[in-house]
Design a binder for this molecule. Structure first.
Ligand code: AMP
Length: 116
């Protein structure tokens, strides 16, 4: 997999407002936020481009780590009780722009359904 903007953030080659980091995942504020809280949570391993590339056997612990981080960040940023949305865009029709798996955590406002 080629280098993406997110692998550059992981390697601290470009700056980001990091809100959480551990050995498996990194989370930082989206540069173009769509809600008062808009955090991207990404695995530090770089070979997973989309949800299609998830191998349940190989990545089970990583998926747990992504959701554990999301719940912690939602709590830390004060949207755990009011509610938040987790979004993983996969492929062109979903509007995926960066081909490094990432979870959007959106909160701090009332969300519409269905999404646009
Ligand atoms: P997606 O459309 O699901 O691939 O989401 C990619 C997201 O990455 C978008 O919401 C962008 O605003 C965000 N983004 C792109 N470049 C950066 C960056 N340098 N720092 C933080 N967020 C970024």
């Amino acid at each position: 997999m080629g280098e993406t903007i997110f692998s550059k953030i992981i390697h601290k080659e470009i700056p980001a407002q990091i809100v959480f980091e551990n050995d498996e995942v990194l989370a930082f504020n989206d540069i173009n936020p769509k809600a008062p809280v808009h955090v991207l949570i990404i695995p530090k391993i770089t070979e997973i481009e989309t949800t299609r590339d998830i191998d349940p056997k190989k990545h089970a612990a990583l998926l747990g780590a992504l959701y554990e981080a999301a719940n912690k960040i939602a709590k830390d940023l004060g949207v755990s009780e009011t509610g938040f949305r987790l979004v993983l865009n996969c492929g062109p029709d979903a509007g995926q722009d960066v081909y490094h798996l990432h979870m959007h955590l959106l909160g701090g406002r009332k969300m519409n359904w269905p999404p646009g």
